[in-house]
Design a protein. Structure first.
Length: 256
């Protein structure tokens, strides 16, 4: 589903029966901002990185998920990741050109600026990012794990009642605000970090994560997710994962 923006910047994954004996079903929504590149990169790598995590063998699924969120940023700092992001960006711009010409859309200054980054030796992920809201269903332990970084949201519908299984990570939340300030960041009167982003946890946006004296979860903006779990039960009706634009229009209970 695409909202008011002129380009779709979101991606998703629906990976069924992955891992040893088809143990995991993995679903995720990645809401891009500044462009689609980081969201596409994450959807390319998330499941593979998760399945390679050694903590799965110890059934520490929560930590394996947390590690995977942080791993996405690590990959984007590496040379191979930087080149892949450039390749994704080039493809996105080719698609944009066709779309703009077909619909008589004029490129904005932001569009032109983002294009200019390709011509420079810059990491695209420093200025672009995405949220990540992921559901991992583990058939071995009979648990559902819900992980979130950003303001996308996941709802568990049980007996017709909606249960919110994630927190919308906004800068004005006390926990988020304290971390931002401790890392020498600031939040303006409009709820934007350093006058820019209006969400406090993302994948990508590496310009806010480059303090070598801080752990990943201590940075101004962090990829570290909140993770909660629930049992797989017959009472569970279904699960809905959606970007913030969905929840701006409807209430949690509306989906059930």
């Amino acid at each position: 589903m695409q909202g008011w923006r002129k380009r779709m910047e979101d991606t998703h994954i629906t990976d069924i029966s992955k891992g040893e004996n088809g143990r995991f079903n993995i679903f995720g929504v990645f809401d891009g901002h500044g462009g689609k590149e980081v969201a596409q990169f994450v959807s390319n790598h998330f499941t593979e990185s998760f399945l390679k995590n050694e903590k799965i063998e110890k059934n520490n699924i929560k930590q394996a998920i947390c590690d995977t969120f942080l791993k996405m940023d690590d990959l984007m700092f590496q040379k191979e990741g930087i080149e892949e992001l450039k390749s994704i960006s080039k493809k996105c711009q080719e698609e944009d050109k066709i779309f703009f010409e077909k619909n008589n859309i004029v490129e904005t200054e932001l569009d032109l600026y983002m294009k200019s980054l390709l011509k420079k030796d810059e990491n695209i992920a420093f200025s672009r990012g995405c949220t990540a809201c992921v559901c991992v269903i583990d058939s071995l332990t009979g648990k559902i794990f819900f992980a979130n970084a950003g303001d996308s949201r996941v709802i568990l519908c049980k007996k017709g009642k909606a249960y919110r299984m994630s927190v919308d990570h906004k800068p004005e939340l006390e926990l988020e605000s304290n971390r931002i300030k401790k890392a020498d960041g600031w939040v303006n009167e409009y709820g934007r970090i350093n006058g820019n982003l209006n969400l406090s946890r993302t994948l990508g946006d590496l310009e806010y994560k480059n303090n070598k004296n801080l752990l990943p979860q201590e940075q101004i903006i962090t990829a570290y997710p909140d993770v909660v779990d629930d049992k797989i039960e017959e009472d569970n009706d279904f699960i809905v994962i959606g970007c913030d634009g969905i929840w701006d229009c409807i209430q949690d209970q509306d989906v059930c």
